[in-house]
Design a protein around this ligand. Structure first.
Ligand code: ADP
Ligand code: MG
Length: 352
């Protein structure tokens, strides 16, 4: 208002900056779980256990058997914009899930975080962060790997707390995140436990590490998560075009669903939700399904990291292809071709 003193421009302190940045990375418990499980995968874990209490609102704990963090590196792991996964030189050539070095700092800004870890040949150590303030490095008891515990998410930001949904809905979202990542990593074992009541809790989901070659492992994992009915009623996809590749399973038109929930898309091993890609999937089945039916599919698109930008959003579930037409073309033509072949094969069988 006229007459009011001119507002002063102030530099925000580190805690405020982290809280704002955290809002972009951590929207809800499931986004915290996603960041922590991705870190475990990046650390080369073979087993990852996720436990949550009260839909993840009071407790999220991710335990892995990956490479661990040396005591001296713990403060860096918790600092913003500190990462072991890139050197800043090539934003496009990213092969790991993480690379912003933001997740742990953000989680420490919006919850009470404990990071306990042990790297090979090092002592086990841990650090706590609450409201962005970190403790000293302390000795811990741990045989190897990393345990991240996040308590009371958003305890200091009541506005965000209010936006959380019921425990059941948040738990559902956590399950969805863990299952998508488990589909992308068939050689890694996952357990998901609801420990709301304390103790060992209730196992919500479990997938032991799959064996065999990649395709065998992938189909076993998909059968476990999407149901054997899906893999029994789907055709194997293996297509390539314009430098892009696509493998996976596409449901037969007779196995269509009433919703698009059974559609899982991955780009270079990352679960993505992308309108362009789901639109292409719909287009591939256009002549085979009525408007209200949706195909089930799990498709893994692979391409040179230079052809796709995964750096679009902090939550990183969107991607931007350098040539979106090529990606769409791969899906539409690859699926139509496979479905048509299957149609011929099936009608041939009938004629026999
Ligand atoms: P980013 O994953 O983008 O690098 P994070 O804040 O998620 O950023 O993690 C920061 C760093 O901490 C990582 O680069 C990695 O070196 C280390 N780190 C985090 N989680 C783990 C883990 N589970 N096992 C081993 N190292 C980890
Ligand atoms: Mg990370």
């Amino acid at each position: 208002n006229i007459g009011d003193p001119r507002p002063q421009i102030r530099q925000l302190d580190e805690a405020a900056i982290n809280r704002i940045a955290a809002g972009e990375v951590v929207e809800r418990p499931a986004s915290a779980v996603k960041e922590l499980v991705e870190n475990a995968i990046d650390a080369g874990a073979r087993r990852i256990d996720v436990a949550y209490g009260d839909g993840g609102k009071t407790l999220i704990r991710v335990t892995d058997d990956g490479c661990g963090i040396a005591p001296d590196d713990l403060p860096l792991a918790l600092a913003r914009h500190a990462t072991s996964k890139m050197d800043g030189s090539d934003l496009l050539a990213i092969h790991t899930f993480g690379f912003r070095g933001e997740a742990l700092a953000s989680l420490g800004a919006v919850g009470r975080l404990t990071l306990a870890s042990r790297a090979a040949g090092e002592d086990a150590a841990e650090m706590n962060v609450t409201g962005g303030a970190a403790s000293a490095v302390k000795p811990a008891a741990l045989n190897g790997g990393t345990v991240v515990t996040l308590r009371d998410l958003f305890h200091a930001t009541p506005a965000r707390l209010k936006f959380m949904r019921t425990d059941r809905a948040e738990a559902q979202a956590i399950g969805d995140v863990v299952k998508r990542l488990a589909m992308a990593e068939p050689f890694v074992g996952f357990t998901l436990r609801d420990v709301s009541g304390g103790g060992a809790g209730r196992t919500v989901f479990r997938a032991d590490p799959e064996s065999g070659d990649l395709f065998d492992a992938m189909s076993a994992r998909l059968a476990r998560i999407m149901g054997r009915e899906f893999t029994d009623n789907a055709i194997r996809i293996d297509a390539a075009r314009d430098g892009l590749g696509m493998t996976g399973f596409a449901g037969l038109p007779t196995y269509s669903r009433g919703s698009a929930l059974a559609q899982y898309l991955f780009v270079n091993g990352r679960p993505v939700r992308d309108r362009m890609l789901t639109g292409a999937l719909r287009a591939a089945y256009r002549d085979l399904l009525s408007r209200d039916r949706h195909p089930a599919a799990a498709l893994f698109i692979e391409c040179d990291t230079a052809l796709v930008d995964v750096n679009v959003h902090p939550a990183k579930s969107e991607v931007r292809f350098r040539d979106p037409g090529a990606a769409r073309g791969l899906i539409v033509s690859g699926l139509r071709h496979a479905l048509a072949e299957e149609g011929h094969r099936a009608s041939g069988t009938v004629a026999d």
